[in-house]
Design a protein. Structure first.
Length: 496
């Protein structure tokens, strides 16, 4: 199997090199006189009809401004294409590196077997804003945890809810007053980060674990997450997110594939290679002293998880990933909801990119390979935009390269082929994740992920346009779009 994989890899790399060399050769602008020589049809006309040759040469020499303009435009497009190609090649190698590491590399699960210990005090936040349909399920699951109850506090963070969220929380508090200490926030700055910032001020425990209200933790999950903090270098920990409503429709099945690739391969490979696993904002936790050492939560960000990951990294703390710590979440079941979610993630991630790239690359206390991986993770929401620009450039080449229509069409074909084969590494990563999950039937949906990619590319492009131009022009503040919940209120039960 390994020999066949190696042959396939070498074939793909060789084909990419051929495509790229063809791309650059086709992109080189040719003068009109060289076109006369290279085109046998025109050469034949010029030989039999001297006047035709003179007219052709005259037309090519009496319009220098058009030729110069074409040359300059083609030159610019060529250099932009070089930049795009190099960027996509880097991400292609990254995807393949992570995938082969997960398939054949040494796997790091350093905290998996810790079961008996002197456990630290823990506060569990359940972030909730208008979560009447799901909050009871999360609380009920956490009440049944096997973490020592005398070392545990459950704190539902009710952020300005206007539905029955407060009433449901208070029902649980009446039955478990020593375990559940709610935080009802009735005013203040909107957004999850702002709510976490206010609630954290009241925390007296050593470790803070966070779940969103639509997550259903297993009985041993809290203990497994906390075990990572026995390593004094660990400032944050992240578990694996698994969709709960996979069977609802095509979208939820595609998001299941996406989550599988992102966690089973990407996150675990970063953990294996000692790179930059990302704290994801839920199904994770942070050491309180580490959080205080970096100034606490920033309430002016949309992606408090990405922001926290990099501030911890820049201050000498590590983030651990626990692939065996699985927790179930609801994923969007409608494409408009998914697009709003992607736009929020893209804006928050790009905000972290603008804030942390320069400090990260300048910090020589962080190994170079770790800094490079950190930058590639920050820039991940720029990649779909780069691909979109590449597609547009390939179309523009048809109109600006006057030497031959065939040249422009071949340039377009070369770039599209490159995108298809170069980005195959991402599909290979998803396929490997499905294999590792031992659920190969999901591979039949793999071709549909291209459609999901196009939708995400449109949403991310809209987010960047709004973030860099529209929001600044109209001075619009960041807005938090809450993800729609799909569990029916009828499944709710009274507190046990």
């Amino acid at each position: 199997m390994r020999n066949s994989i190696k042959k396939t890899l070498f074939f793909i790399i060789g084909l990419l090199v051929f495509i790229n060399s063809t791309n650059f050769a086709l992109a080189s602008p040719a003068s009109d006189n060289s076109a006369l020589v290279s085109n046998p049809h025109i050469a034949s006309l010029a030989e039999n009809y001297p006047g035709y040759k003179q007219q052709a040469i005259y037309s090519s020499t009496t319009k220098p401004s058009t030729s110069d303009t074409s040359f300059s435009v083609i030159g610019i497009l060529q250099w932009v294409t070089v930049f795009i190609t190099v960027g996509l090649l880097v991400y292609m190698v990254r995807h393949l590196w992570f995938t082969f590491n997960r398939l054949f590399g040494t796997q790091r699960h350093p905290f998996l077997d810790i079961d008996t210990a002197t456990w630290p005090t823990v506060t569990v936040f359940i972030a909730a804003h208008n979560e009447e349909t799901v909050i009871a399920n999360a609380l009920r699951a956490l009440i049944e945890t096997d973490y020592p109850l005398d070392r545990l506090t459950l704190t539902p963070v009710n952020d300005r809810s206007t539905d029955r969220t407060k009433e449901i929380i208070d029902e649980f508090v009446e039955r478990h007053p020593n375990l559940i200490k709610p935080f009802h926030r009735v005013s203040g700055k909107p957004g999850k980060a702002a709510a976490l910032k206010d609630a954290t001020e009241l925390v007296t425990s050593e470790i803070l674990i966070i779940f969103d209200a639509d997550y259903i933790p297993s009985k041993g999950l809290v203990k497994h997450l906390v075990s990572a903090f026995f390593d004094p270098e660990i400032g944050a920990v992240m578990g694996r997110v698994v969709p709960l409503n996979v069977g609802s429709n095509l979208l939820t099945r595609l998001l299941d594939l996406e989550r599988s690739g992102g966690y089973q391969v990407d996150q675990q490979a970063r953990m294996n290679l000692k790179l930059v696993p990302q704290y994801g904002g839920t199904v994770g936790g942070v050491r309180i002293c580490a959080l205080k050492s970096i100034g606490g939560w920033h309430d002016d960000v949309l992606a408090e998880d990405t922001d926290l990951t990099y501030r911890l990294l820049l201050n000498g703390w590590k983030t651990a990933y626990q692939n065996r710590c699985e927790c179930y979440e609801e994923v969007p079941e409608a494409w408009p909801v998914r697009m709003r979610q992607i736009k929020r993630w893209a804006k928050g991630h790009n905000q972290a990119l603008f804030r942390h790239t320069i400090p990260l690359m300048r910090d020589r206390s962080i190994p170079l390979i770790e800094r490079l991986d950190g930058f590639l993770l920050l820039a991940v929401y720029i990649v779909p935009i780069i691909v979109l620009i590449g597609w547009l450039i390939s179309l523009l080449a048809i109109y600006f390269d006057h030497s031959s229509l065939t040249t422009g069409l071949l340039w377009t074909l070369a770039f599209i082929s490159y995108c298809g084969l170069g980005n195959f590494s991402a599909f290979f990563e998803i396929g490997a994740a499905v294999y590792l999950d031992d659920n190969q039937n999901r591979l039949r949906l793999l071709p549909f992920t291209l459609f999901s990619f196009v939708i995400s590319m449109i949403a991310i492009s809209q987010a960047l346009l709004e973030q860099t131009i529209i929001d600044r022009l109209f001075k619009r503040a960041f807005h938090w779009d809450k993800t729609v919940r799909y569990q029916r209120p009828s499944i709710l039960q009274k507190a046990d």
